[in-house]
Design a protein around this ligand. Structure first.
Ligand code: CA
Length: 171
C-alpha cells in the first residue's frame, strides 16, 4: 500500500514517514500543494494524507482538484483544532476522514487501516448533516459539541439515513 503525505512542516512529515514505513507502507512526501498534486497526477497511490494548511495551493484546493479529476483514493485530512469550519469544508470537498492535530499516531494508523480496508468507494468514516456529526469508527454521535447517546439500532438507523442524505430510503 502506497501513501502520499502532503505536509509542509518538515519535522511532522518526516515523523509521519518514519512511522508509516515502520508499518510497512510505502511513503512519499510532498512539502507543498503543487508538488503533491504533481505527484498525484503522475503516480498511483492508495491513500492521501493531506494537511489543510499549506503554502500556495492549500489542502482544500488540492482536495477539490483531486476529486474533480476523478481520483477516488481515500483522503485523510489533517487539520488544526480551531478550524471546525475547515473540517466540514474538507468533508464537503471529498475528504473521507479527518484527524485534529496533535493526534495519537496509533489513531492515525487505525483510521488509515479502516480507510484502506473499505477501499475506494464505501464512504466516509465521519458523516455530517448540519451540526450533527457521526463517527463511524468510535460510533459516537454529536450535535455541536454535545454527545448524543444512542442504542445500537438507533445508531445503525441514523447511519443509514446519513449515508443516503437527501434520498428516500425504503422502510
Ligand atoms: Ca501545515
Amino acid at each position: 500500500m502506497r501513501i502520499l503525505v502532503i505536509e509542509d512542516e518538515q519535522k511532522v512529515a518526516a515523523a509521519l514517514k518514519e512511522g508509516l514505513l515502520h508499518e510497512n507502507y510505502e511513503v512519499d512526501l510532498a512539502f507543498s500543494g503543487e508538488e503533491g498534486f504533481y505527484m498525484l497526477s503522475t503516480q498511483s497511490y492508495d491513500l492521501l494524507l493531506l494537511d489543510l494548511m499549506l503554502p500556495g495551493r492549500d489542502g482544500l484546493e488540492i482536495l477539490k482538484s483531486v476529486r474533480e479529476k476523478g481520483m477516488r483514493f481515500p483522503v485523510l485530512v489533517l487539520t488544526a483544532r480551531d478550524t471546525v469550519e475547515d473540517r466540514v469544508k474538507g468533508l464537503d470537498s471529498g475528504a473521507d476522514d479527518y484527524l485534529i492535530k496533535p493526534f495519537a499516531f496509533a489513531e492515525l494508523l487505525a483510521r488509515i487501516r479502516v480507510l484502506l480496508r473499505r477501499g475506494k468507494s464505501n464512504g466516509r468514516l465521519r458523516l455530517f448533516v448540519s451540526d450533527l456529526e457521526m463517527d463511524r469508527i468510535t460510533r459516537k454521535v454529536k450535535r455541536n459539541a454535545d454527545a448524543i447517546s444512542l442504542t445500537v439500532l438507533e445508531f445503525d438507523f441514523l447511519e443509514l439515513l446519513l449515508r443516503h442524505k437527501g434520498q428516500i430510503v425504503s422502510r
